[in-house]
Design a protein around this ligand. Sequence first.
Ligand code: RNT
Ligand code: ZN
Length: 419
Amino acid sequence: MKTEHSIQSAFSIASDRYASVGVNTNDAIDKLEQLSLSLHCWQADDVGGFESSGGELSGGIQVTGNYPGKARNIVELRADVLEALRHIGGSHRLSLHAIYGDFGGKKVDRDEIEPEHFASWIAWAREHKLKLDFNSTSFGHPKSGDLTLSNPDEAIRNFWIEHTKRCRHIADEMGAAQYDPCMMNLWIHDGSKETPAHNRLRYRRILERSLDEIFSQHYHNMKDCIEAKLFGIGLESYTVGSYDFYLGYGARKGKIVTLDTGHFHLTESVADKISSLLLFTPEIMLHVSRPIRWDSDHVVILNDDLLDLAREIVRCDAIDRVHVGLDYFDATINRIGAYVIGCRAVQKAFLQALLEPRNIIEQCEDNGKFFERLAYQEESKSLPWPAVWDMFCLKNNVAVGEDYIAGIQEYELKILSKR
Ligand code: RNT
Ligand code: ZN
């Protein structure tokens, strides 16, 4: 039974239990409410976008599945995002890619986009109390090829430089309109299938120069984020914008490095990178994703990797310096359900992190009591966090537990199945 009464009494018992290890459950709920997630608009339509030419997805990324009901236009995408948000407590952001502009059926090439193409997004976001983030789009275009900003061909390179400059300008307008900086993410797929004949330095040097040119203009209402990657499909041997590259660039130029949790070797711990970035770069942008065997962008679920990441951020007291965006695309299941599962998983992970009896565990460590440290860490895993989670949902007027499933089924029946 999930009556308000039963949720409240379970919460009260859980709160007592947490109090016995020095944790205040209401504080944890308050902090979780402050955590805004940046929902990636591209889950709703399989990274298609709304350009009139609507090219094929390229750039080494792939969406699998053809579950019915994908958003075919801006109106549908907006409705889908609002439906997803109905099941996610707290207030959130929407991350737009440049190809999701409101182009009114006109052909607007990537080097021609303007703030006006995003004016209706800005108005819509304001109406729904959402904030916007932004991304340049270098893939899915006739000029995408294997190399964009690192292309030795000046014409192609300048085309993408112009695109990215315009994206920063648009992001700045978004940030100004929402009185909160817009996080502008730059990810390019540049790389090659085989090891380049020229040394690897050549293309990285070109990319560095392109970035310098792009970033030469200073803005106050947007923040630059640079996203590295291990490899893309068809570009397996060499990635120009590798993690080392962007880490070096970000550290030297004070740019925010985006950690996409699918962009590393599978045994690499993304959680372990947080503290180093906190020391050498201003803030951190996350693209929370779930790699299965490769950068497969599966729907995020509550697993150990996610918990480790959330715990590390909370233990570093870095929630304010970390921007949590999501990045996955699954077209094999209801796409709105995919948003909700992923966002709720991220929130559950942060809630568990916020409920960790940190003081006790840290004291054990300070006193060299390592058996006790491990014991508390283990015991904290089975403290009654689900009762606190249910309370968070109740308090934020979103479905408790599995109840959101019926809501999404209803939306599928009424809306998605008619598309
Ligand atoms: C690709 C990157 C990038 C994209 C989006 C669509 O591997 O993760 O962030 O997923 O920009
Ligand atoms: Zn990403």
